[in-house]
Every structure is written in C-alpha cells, then in structure tokens.
Ligand binder design. Structure first.
Ligand code: ADP
Ligand code: MG
Length: 209
C-alpha cells in the first residue's frame, strides 16, 4: 500500500509563495486577453489547500492527489478550476494502489495531462496551460524511459516548462476566453501557461533542496 507522503505541505507553501509573488504580473496577462481573474481563482484554490495541509500530509499520495483535485474543483472558479481539478483527480485515479516513485509519478502526470486535454477539448499550440503541461509531461516521461539521472531530469522539466510558457506569446488562442480575440491574442503570454510554469518550477525547486 502507498505510504503517507508528507511533502504536500512544502509543495503547497512553495506554490503559494510563487503565485503570490507574481500575482500582479498574472493579473495583467489575464487582463490583456481574458477577464483578469485567473490569479484570484488560483489563489482561492491554494488557500483552500493551505487549510488542509495537515490532513494531506497524513494521506497516501493517491488519496492526497484526489483530495487536492476535489478541493480545487469545488473552490476555484473559472475554466482553470475544473481543468486543474481534473489534472489532480485523474492523477489520483491512475496512482491508486501504486507506490510513489518517479516512474509512477511520470505516468500519473501524463494521464492527468491527457485528461485536461479531453476536458478542455484542447491540445498543444492553442495558447493555454497545455502549452506548459504537455512539454513537461513529455520531458518527464522521455527522461524516465531513458533513465536520465534525477537532477538532470528536473532541469529538463524546468526548461520544458519555461519554453512552453514562452511559446504561448506568439500563438493565437483558439480555446478559452482569449479565443474571442482571435489574432489580437497574439503577442501576450497565456496566464494559465504562466501559472502552470511557476507552480512546476516551484515544485522542482523543493525537490532540488
Ligand atoms: P476563465 O477563462 O474562465 O476566466 P481563468 O482566468 O481562471 O478562467 O483561467 C484562464 C486560463 O485557463 C487560460 O489562461 C488558459 O490557460 C486556461 N484555459 C482556458 N480554456 C482552456 C481549455 N479549453 N483547455 C485548456 N486550458 C484552458
Ligand atoms: Mg479569467
């Protein structure tokens, strides 16, 4: 049986810190091509997670992921709430009964990202959070398959997240609110791609410590 995994509180602290630090920037990004509420939606979800970190740290990783997904789903608003919720709930389902190791985590993350694609009917290149999440999932899985050492694997994840986030600047949005702007969405980084990258980089930083 999977053992309790007491690092969720550390991840949540680190994620909250980076999102709070970048809140004005993210608001500007969502204001430019959306409605400006993305960071508030996310902060509401993270506050709700912060309130249950003690409980999360007593759970095995699949149960903790499920709790995180359900909490985000029920507390966050916006398109991003159901999508981030879906990511974690889908990860939880595939992780169930498995031990926590890099292989199972990479597998769970890939499944989670696939579920986000289905839920949002979106794919790479549509100027969404998926432009960060998909390259990260691919990098993670490829490095696991190639038995790349953990430190380099984390470096590659960081790079994939940053490049994916930056790629959204020149893309035209074809999904979500930003798609209403058509070609006028070009020239701005997508808010969800940016917050996904910030959160992934914060988790990598914790793992590097
Ligand atoms: P809303 O767009 O409802 O105001 P948020 O502002 O919280 O919700 O989230 C917007 C972010 O959600 C976008 O920046 C984008 O990354 C992501 N997003 C929107 N629609 C989709 C979709 N169909 N698939 C994947 N991501 C999406
Ligand atoms: Mg919004």
């Amino acid at each position: 049986m999977p053992q309790p995994f007491n690092q969720f509180s550390q991840f949540i602290d680190a994620v909250q810190a980076t999102i709070n630090e970048h809140q004005d920037e993210v608001t500007e990004l969502d204001r430019a091509i959306g409605d400006g509420d993305h960071v508030i939606n996310l902060q509401r979800g993270l506050d709700a997670l912060n309130a249950i970190t003690d409980e999360l740290d007593t759970l095995a990783w699949p149960e903790a992921l499920m709790k995180i997904g359900m909490t985000l789903m029920s507390t966050m608003g916006g398109a991003s709430g159901s999508l981030f919720g879906t990511l974690f709930i889908s990860m939880a389902k595939i992780a169930k009964g498995k031990e926590l190791n890099s292989l199972n985590l990479a597998d769970a993350f890939s499944h989670g990202v696939e579920s986000v694609k289905l839920r949002g009917k979106a794919d790479l290149g549509e100027k969404t959070m998926l432009d960060t999440l998909i390259p990260v999932a691919n990098s993670f899985s490829t490095d696991i398959d190639n038995k790349v050492e953990f430190e380099l694997l984390l470096e590659n994840i960081t790079q994939a997240a940053i490049e994916g986030m930056q790629s959204t600047k020149e893309l035209m949005a074809t999904k979500g609110r930003a798609s209403f702007l058509g070609e006028r969405s070009i020239g701005h980084i997508d808010a969800g791609a940016r917050t996904s990258q910030l959160m992934i980089c914060a988790i990598v930083d914790v793992l590097n410590q």
